[in-house]
Design a protein. Structure first.
Length: 353
């Protein structure tokens, strides 16, 4: 490993250890704002420090084994230790590759949490059912990644599924993994109501927004906000709250809205609605900047525009195709069960080319 990289990792490890110590300090724990800020800093460097820990462990194992070999007379034990050293060195090469990749900051927002919005499009009831399928796919993927998923807004459909659903996901490098999911997702399958067995095509739109902290990337004045509370309700009048706990926040200058009705309280809904609003305002800002750049060039994995068709889910053939990178996999059942890494890794690799 290069000395410059190792020096940076040593500094990160020291910072991480200091944060860990602060987060168990009773005085610090009394200050919720300080705890929140420290937790965010911890999350941003956790992945790098974790890999560096593995690097240090391997180096220690190799050094200790070499020391034992110097003073050992048992030939069988020496042979075993030499084999172990060879394997550890192979692991070390992989870890060093991971470190190099982790230290490259392609997008400063990659470590951010996200807000995901899924909207039914063409296809009527089948499109709404597909929205539910996509939501469960991301729910299972989040569980596999040890991420936390919380609902923000759910608009249930009368015939099942959802016309719209939004949720936030918190964890390590969430936006970096999910940012290429934005676009139009198309499903091809035989609806349960189809008596002739014909394949129907439906679509849903997915939008992945990085969560933006106030006064970070987007400046918002309280005087520009209108906050309304209302009574949340589900499809057909189900799940009606008896209090006006749902919150809608409107950014008056732009008319952009953030809203939440599935939080645990009005305060929770207000917090989620504000996060959603800031993320949507940031999306508008980024799109404006892209349009201002005369030589703006689309990414190898697409523009990230919500109207771009990115993927087809073919149920009769158990096939999924990502049109941006011409990747086809005959394992749709596994993908829908949350095993998204093969597609996501391919998208990330292509974006780096």
């Amino acid at each position: 490993m290069e000395k410059q990289t190792e020096d940076k990792l040593k500094i990160l490890k020291q910072e991480f250890d200091e944060i860990e110590a602060s987060l168990i300090d009773p005085l610090v724990l009394k200050d919720l704002k300080q705890v929140t800020n420290l937790s965010k800093k911890r999350k941003k460097i956790f992945a790098k420090v974790k890999i560096y820990h593995r690097y240090l462990e391997l180096m220690k194992e190799i050094d200790e084994a070499k020391q034992i070999i110097k003073n050992e007379k048992d030939k069988l034990l020496i042979a075993e230790l030499k084999t172990m050293i060879i394997n550890w060195k192979k692991d070390l090469i992989l870890v060093e590759e991971q470190i190099v990749e982790a230290m490259i900051e392609i997008d400063p927002l990659d470590q951010n949490d996200v807000i995901v919005e899924i909207q039914s499009a063409a296809g009527g009831d089948e499109a709404k059912i597909f929205v539910g399928d996509l939501y469960r796919m991301y729910l299972r993927y989040a569980a596999k990644m040890d991420w936390k998923l919380d609902l923000i807004q759910v608009d249930e459909a009368d015939m099942g599924g959802y016309s719209f659903i939004s949720f936030e996901i918190e964890g390590t490098r969430v936006y970096g993994n999910l940012k290429f999911e934005s676009g139009v997702h198309r499903v091809q399958r035989v609806p349960s109501t189809e008596s002739l067995g014909r394949v129907h095509t439906s679509t849903a739109t997915v939008v992945v927004l990085p969560q933006i902290e106030d006064n970070d990337e987007v400046e918002v004045s309280n005087s520009d906000l209108r906050i309304d509370t209302y009574r949340a309700s589900g499809a057909g009048g189900q799940h009606i709250n008896k209090t006006d706990s749902a919150v809608r926040i409107t950014h008056i200058p732009t008319g952009i809205v953030g809203q939440s009705q599935d939080g645990r309280s009005q305060h929770d809904n207000k917090d989620k609605a504000m996060k959603q609003l800031l993320s949507r305002l940031y999306e508008v800002k980024m799109n404006e900047q892209k349009n201002e750049k005369k030589n703006f060039k689309s990414s190898a994995v697409g523009t990230g525009d919500r109207s771009e068709k990115i993927r087809t889910y073919n149920y009769p053939q158990n096939r999924i195709t990502d049109h941006r990178i011409n990747l086809t996999l005959k394992k749709l059942d596994r993908i829908m069960d949350g095993s998204l890494n093969e597609i996501i890794d391919a998208l990330i690799a292509t974006a780096k080319e």
